[in-house]
Design a protein. Structure first.
Length: 357
């Protein structure tokens, strides 16, 4: 047979206070459930004072009280501080006849307490937290029924506190699940290498943009960007260097494009950029800046030399009637045209205000 190790007084009090803190009850607002229990105690025990109190390190704090008119008192004059050392219901028929309380300021002075009955409020793991108690200005006794009712109501106090704690734990778990779900959603929509949107997320954003245009927003533009001769970079410098080039390219794109432009790694060495409220003609100016920045910014630096990259770009309009497949068909054809003519340039969907760079 095993026995729990005996705790010294300081260790026990530390654990008791920890158990009390776990309920997060101290200094909380009034609660109708506790107030109703206090009213019931006052009626059943026929006492002018009834309280739900908890014994903190240096104070006795009242979650609910009737007849006292205070929120807390010092622990060193608390009768309840003695009650939590006793099992069950602790009754003092006449405080003036009890050596432990005869000189207590609450007995000798206001409010001149003469009768005390307190039912222990005990945590699930057995630590006394406080009491549900009835007090009177006159000495008296509890009947057997009152004794039973006081303990039963104390059990209800703890049942309510356990329910409150369960709700807090459940809410915390729900928040944690929501955070995890949000993180998973973000992971499922982000390209792990570059941190830009992946294809699925971009298609969803594209559908949202078309819907906004259908409701009256200005049309936009779409770019399909291909890193020229990227296979040669992997073959010459290795895939790790190729990954570094991808990351550097996206970093440069974030400087070139506006904050509300949507950048996506479409697949492999191809990227999509959606420019809301932008005509294809205006998008070509942005493409020109990208070409200029690439010419001035090395994508890879090693001891031998610096690697500069070029891109081929196809631009089409995003209108209320266009689909993702239509955009792909248009921009693929434009990219083919650019690559056929030597790469490192931009082709734009023919229109009245477009031009070929």
């Amino acid at each position: 047979m095993t026995h729990r190790p005996t705790l010294d007084a300081d260790d026990y009090e530390t654990r008791r206070l920890k158990a009390l803190a776990d309920y997060q009850i101290l200094d909380t607002q009034r609660d109708d459930a506790f107030d109703e229990i206090v009213e019931a105690v006052s009626l059943i025990c026929d006492t002018p004072i009834a309280v739900v109190n908890f014994i903190d390190r240096d104070r006795q704090w009242f979650k609910s009280e009737k007849g006292l008119g205070v929120q807390e008192t010092p622990r060193d004059i608390s009768i309840c501080a003695h009650a939590i050392l006793q099992p069950g219901v602790f009754v003092v028929p006449d405080t003036t006849q009890d050596a432990r309380f005869a000189n207590n300021p609450l007995v000798t002075g206001e409010p001149h307490l003469r009768f005390y009955a307190g039912a222990l409020l005990k945590s699930k793991d057995g630590y006394p937290l406080g009491t549900l108690c009835a007090l009177d200005y006159e000495p008296r006794e509890l009947t057997q029924r009152q004794h039973f009712a006081l303990q039963a109501l104390a059990n209800q106090v703890m049942a309510h506190m356990e329910l409150m704690r369960s709700h807090r734990i459940q809410e915390a778990l729900i928040r944690e699940l929501q955070t995890t779900r949000q993180e998973l959603e973000e992971l499922s929509s982000i390209d792990s290498l570059t941190g830009s949107l992946n294809r699925r997320a971009f298609e969803e954003r594209f559908q949202q943009e078309v819907a906004m245009i259908q409701r009256g927003a200005p049309s936009g533009a779409l770019m399909l960007i291909d890193l020229d001769n990227f296979k040669n970079i992997n073959d010459t410098y290795g895939h790790q260097s190729g990954d570094h080039v991808m990351v550097r390219f996206i970093e440069l794109c974030r400087r070139v494009f506006r904050q509300y432009d949507v950048i996506c790694r479409w697949g492999g060495d191809e990227f999509m950029v959606m420019l809301p409220r932008t005509s294809p003609s205006e998008a070509t100016h942005v493409a020109s800046r990208l070409h200029q920045q690439l010419a001035a910014t090395p994508m890879l630096i090693n001891s031998a030399n610096s690697l500069y990259c070029t891109v081929s770009i196809g631009i089409c309009a995003v209108t209320s009637s266009i689909t993702m497949d239509m955009c792909l068909s248009i921009t693929d054809a434009l990219l083919y045209q650019v690559k056929k003519e030597g790469r490192n340039s931009t082709a734009v969907e023919p229109s009245d205000d477009s031009f070929r760079e």
